[in-house]
Ligand binder design. Structure first.
Ligand code: AMP
Length: 147
């Protein structure tokens, strides 16, 4: 049984998304502004799986500042519109995990936008995508984003 009063995970400046924001590791970027970054998930749960992150050191929803929460949602809307165009489907899952107990694996807040149905969602962070395919999708989505 987990203690519900347990200490929250502290923000680690070396987490993989922090490294991306610092430019230390690459990503298949589709959109960026002063408060957010959107890029392809490397182990997608469906084709076109995108992550949106704030440029704020937040582990999960509990420490996301309101201006960054708003910015992440605005970027998510842009990404979702692009996904709808590119994949010619209305159904897009918006998902976000808080804490290891919920299955969170990267402790920098992020929203998942996944063009699939909840009944067809693939396994979480399980299968590495083909890098060329990701690059191609990133380009298609980036071109479809209306700023
Ligand atoms: P979560 O488990 O909700 O924290 O989700 C973390 C997500 O990050 C998973 O869907 C992973 O596939 C994805 N991921 C991990 N490393 C990378 C990376 N280097 N580039 C893009 N996505 C990543």
């Amino acid at each position: 049984m987990t203690d519900i009063n347990q200490q929250a995970t502290a923000y680690d400046d070396n987490n993989i998304f922090a490294k991306m924001l610092n430019g230390d590791i690459p990503c298949h970027k589709i959109y960026e502004d002063d408060k957010t970054l959107a890029f392809m998930d490397i182990m997608p749960q469906a084709e076109g799986h995108v992550l949106v992150i704030p440029k704020q050191k937040a582990v999960d929803l509990s420490d996301l500042e309101p201006e960054f929460a708003a910015a992440v949602l605005m970027t998510s809307q842009k990404v979702m519109q692009a996904q709808r165009k590119v994949f010619e489907r209305e159904g897009i899952i918006q998902m976000q995990l808080n804490g290891a107990q919920a299955g969170q694996t990267v402790f920098h807040y992020h929203v998942h936008l996944i063009p699939t149905s909840i009944h067809e969602l693939g396994r979480h962070a399980a299968v590495m995508a083909d890098q060329e395919q990701l690059a191609k999708l990133a380009q298609q989505l980036a071109s479809a984003i209306t700023v």
